[in-house]
Write a protein that binds this ligand. Sequence first.
Ligand SMILES: [Cu+2]
Length: 515
Amino acid sequence: MNVSRRSLLAGTGVLALAGGLPRTAVAAAPWRKEGVEPPPRSRFVRKDVAGLFDADTGAWAPELYWYAKAVGWMKERPRTEPNSWEFQWYTHGRPRREEGDPPEWGQCPHRNEYFLPWHRWYLYHFERIVRDVIVTELGQEDMADWALPYWNYAHLAPDGDPAASEEWRRIPLPFRQDRIRDPRSGEEEDNPLYLPVSMDGRCLGEDPMAFDQVDPSAAMREESFWPPRNGGTERAGFSQVLERFPHGLVHSNISGLMGSVPTAAGDPVFWLHHANIDRFWEAWLNGHQVPDDRVWPQARPKHDPEEPDLPFLLRDVNGEPHVLEGPLFDFPEDAYEYESLTDGMGTGEARSAFLLAEAPPSTPATTFTVTDDVTHLRTEPLTFSLGGEVGVADTIAGAMESAERVVLTFEGVRADAAPCAAFLVFLGGDESDTDPAGPAFVGHLVFFENVGGHGAHLDGTEFSFDVTETLRRLPQQAWSRDQAPVVRVVPGPLAGAKATAEADPRFARAAFTVV
Ligand SMILES: [Cu+2]
């Protein structure tokens, strides 16, 4: 995507950053798979937001300026109107459930197979509403092809060095400037895309996220959309892995409104994050299938047992109800397209352990407790050693020599508030090794849908990793038949002492299981 300087509007320039954005973008090259019909071209092209502003001058492209103006317009509308900001936000989740809330509110599905298709429809209607506000309410007829930009945080320069793409991993500049300037009158006003760095705004300021926090590679290597339904130790599949890494990781790194389900869609950057999550899915679909036998449920899963039976239900651009029904994965193919389905798709070299759909059943003979004390995660790394406990190391070593698998499970993972960071899990006693690209890395503990009280999973969520390959990769001296592998939990790069203490991220139990 090339934006000439001439077509950029003058921004406020308050946060001029070093290092310009390369003006190259990889051309879209989807649908190369044989026998797959390319979808009809759409006039609505979702573009990389990095091409819509200039980090040096602070200038914005018109698409972003009018997105900001539309958000401002929507924020002025009463929340009972479907094209108001709050109606759209609360459709995802609402800070408080109240008597008389419309049936559309508080429906966003997480941790089930509706996650990706529901958010696709949710963005679809939101995008059309914003476009209508820009064209009809704000009178910008030349914006009739407006489409939602995506935040391409996993972009890598051709040499693959993440240091060269830090700008992509910052919250895009137009969302960090507190003022915007009208390109015609030059008048300044508050920027509706801006939220302050505070617990009610965002935790992430100008710092870039670490690359491992945004890399979709672990999801992209999954072959099935959803695990087969026979339980056991199935891999979690594309949708569940993507939902945690990087979807939940990005939510946690930004935190503030973005850090928990009830408030997330109140941050204008939410929509650009989810456009990128949808784009990952679209790219994955380029070589994979979704199940063809799934349909929308008559009643959506409840966040609260008090809720009545309700379908998944959105409002279209005219305010008319749209009940999601019929085949789960049917979607109008020419609704939009992405500027690129290849740029920012990860390194393809995920070193993390495989996330499992569920923890294997535990029995005294095969389960070894790492800790069953509630463990509070803070900014100090934690080390759990099983020491020379009889049988543990021997059983694990025996499993490695046979065809058995070794699974590391964390139960009751939750926080009271958005903790502004995720936590990394490693195996092996070398405490200096905290490299998420190294052999000791297992995976992340993520806090998003397990945050706070309302609509959250109160018992916390479970993270179950198949660490068999991790154990094989670990250097010989890291564990032995006499010394079970050490488990380490290390705070993510953005963890701050105050936010972490207030949010109290924790888990209830950790254990190895041999299956
Ligand atoms: Cu959601």
